[in-house]
Ligand binder design. Structure first.
Ligand code: FES
Length: 104
């Protein structure tokens, strides 16, 4: 049940609009939004927030265009745009997709 006195913020996570209570950290917003991973390891394994205190670096995401921001150490702000590695990879794949006569 929502707190009637709470202040809510609206941010975008991987292109989806998300509403969170003021004071929420980005890692928590990612979990609430169902974002299963923040990035991918060099061997291709999915990674997500682990320590929650700025040590493991597994929660790195892109926030407002700035890469490698620790989601566990960053408060949500109204209008914030958060991209996980999955969203960035999809954008790169679309940009680098081979051009065919079908999509020219
Ligand atoms: S969860 Fe470990 S640094 Fe953020």
């Amino acid at each position: 049940m929502a707190d009637a006195d709470a202040t809510y913020l609206h941010l975008t996570i991987d292109g989806r609009s998300v509403e969170v209570e003021a004071g929420t950290i980005v890692a928590a917003a990612l979990a609430m939004a169902g974002a299963g991973r923040t990035r991918t390891s060099v061997s291709g394994e999915p990674r997500a927030a682990l320590c929650g205190m700025g040590i493991c670096q597994e929660c790195r995401v892109t926030i407002d265009g700035r890469a490698h921001v620790l989601a566990c150490q960053t408060l949500c702000r109204d209008g914030q745009v958060v991209c996980t590695a999955a969203a960035v990879a999809n954008a790169v794949n679309v940009t680098n997709a081979p051009t065919t006569t079908a999509n020219r």
